[in-house]
Design a protein around this ligand. Sequence first.
Ligand SMILES: *Cc1c(COP(=O)(O)O)cnc(C)c1O
Ligand code: SF4
Length: 337
Amino acid sequence: MQTTMIPAAPARLQPRGWQQHWREAIRDPRELLSLLGLDGLAGVSDAAAAQFPLRVPRGFAARMRPGDPNDPLLRQVLPLDAELRLVPGFSLDAVGDAAARAGHGVIHKYAGRALLVATGSCAVHCRYCFRRHFPYAEQTAAAAGWRAALDTLRGDDSLQEVILSGGDPLSLATSKLAELTGALSAIPHVRRLRIHTRLPVVLPERVDDVLLAWLSALPWPVVVVLHANHANEFDAQVDAAIAALRTCGATLLNQAVLLRGVNDTVDAQAALHERGFAAGVLPYYLHQLDRVAGAAHFEVPDHEALALHAALRTRLPGYLLPRLVREVAGDGSKRPL
Ligand SMILES: *Cc1c(COP(=O)(O)O)cnc(C)c1O
Ligand code: SF4
């Protein structure tokens, strides 16, 4: 029975939580194109969208240039006919994740650090992502109160660093993350926490007071590795989110993927790393594309990637030069090109 005398606050006075921004993401390619004045754009594919649905937060879409079918942010999210082409060498498990799984949601490939597939969810769906095929539903680490993942981490005292990845680990509720870090803090060999997330860039509302309070209270040094591929992904709200993460003491890095038609020029790369630095982020990796089926049209050949990287070296200070790497199944680290 409802006994309270306090009336509910009018909806307009309630701050819109990040979950609401999440739910309001654009999911219909036609709506996105219409917002950008690009109705009827050729090459857009319902069949590709059926394989891996379009998903883009409205705030991210607002950073796309209206009327430009080649907008670098639009290209990252728009389902295209080109994805349906079968290209030799592009497969479903391009980075050997299926072979490296050590326990439920735990991928242990490299010395000293284990990666948790915390969740399969992402606020944005990036067309070039290996996630479009990975069978996440059955093996996320957050399932059953993180129990299987925690058992795996507890049982291997060589693991000093836990990397929260996914999917996007910040798509979980902060209380769910706190459940994990509370249990991790009782494991003496864990010394560092790393978070791989695109959310502060694509949905900066996620960096709210609850998240910041959790981060500030963690007992380890924290590294947040963001994922932005183009300078246009930054705006004032993203800058504010990054600044807030830094006030918690987190080290902020960025990893990008080298993508044809998005950031495959020296100018685009220089602008990305300069803009990131202005926001308080240092470049970490520039990844050669994982060769996942459906992403071949984004590939930049190695000789071109190397030439681009060499030109970038003559243009930027050393600390703004990302490491150009590829992930090779079975290797003990990312492989420099
Ligand atoms: C990329 C990756 C890491 C992190 O590697 P660093 O070189 O430390 O950034 C860890 N585990 C897995 C499975 C990875 O794919
Ligand atoms: S895992 Fe990262 S790259 Fe892949 S869809 Fe999610 S946000 Fe995009």
